[in-house]
Design a protein around this ligand. Sequence first.
Ligand code: ISE
Length: 334
Amino acid sequence: MTVRIGMIGPGGMGQAHIDRIHTVIAGGRVVAVSDVNADNAQAVAERIGAVAHAGSAELISSPEVDAVMICSFGPAHEVDVLACIAAGKPVFCEKPLTPTADAALRIMDAEQAAGRKLVTVGFMRRFDAGYRQMKALLDSGDLGETLMVHCAHRNPTVPEIYTWDMAINDTAIHEVDTMRWLLGEEFVSARVDTPKKTSLRFPHLQDPLVLILTSESGVRVDDEIFVNCQFGYDIRCEAVAEKGAVSLADQNVIDVRSGFRASNAITRDHNERFWGAFVTEVQEWISAVARGEHTGSTSWDGYAAACVCDAGVQALTEDGEVAVEMIEKPAFYA
Ligand code: ISE
């Protein structure tokens, strides 16, 4: 069976997904697109031989569409995810699920009323081979209990439209989700340290910053967010446990030796760095849709990430520790 996918918002991220679905991923085809920019929808539709719909509601209700991928702007997600749930169609929604925790709660309510997990949130790092091996080792117990995790998330630069809160809501949200999954527990508090700012940033940004999260069992996660580091897209993670430590290896696959120097390239962005993770993520989603099953992060994960980010954003404007407020996890998402 080929899963017929409708894509809402085929911008940069959406078109990268389309290209992987049509070249390296099996079992799916993007057959319909819609975009607030109708010219873009038309151009993408022509390029891939799909139908351009006038709006997302029309795309979601089309009998030619089995499942939906949402790659539009975060504030536009809620209405389309709710429409997919109402139509009983599996939906893969790029992160963040919603910009606020309240909106994510409304999605969880609708999904529970529908009685079936339909929503997958696009947190791709759970599908990265390195993070998966780290998790398998930590879960095996061979290193004892995990005590601390040191993360760094560096982007070469960000555009001026990147607002001050995006350091948490758009960038650190990846570590928030990945660390919840890696540790298998929720975070209870957030704090932000604000080091000396780089002169190579826009004035409205605190860059770099360090987000410090504490989990239910007391594991401390520190996450350096540095979105104008200039030198590359650099993701680091080291978990320190009672009897050992495990880190993500460096991302290069070759080393070059020449002219009395050893060197390797550094990736430029998330599409390049997490290419393999994106392929696995989307392949697993399409295969699960074909089997009528759910895979990946749930709307609970989208909600929990929003709650932690809310505390992180508050901590960025206030001194001290901010408690993470979240409802008890519904049994539906256990
Ligand atoms: C962007 O939206 C992403 O998701 C990238 O992975 C992240 O590195 C970047 O900081 C975000 O703006």
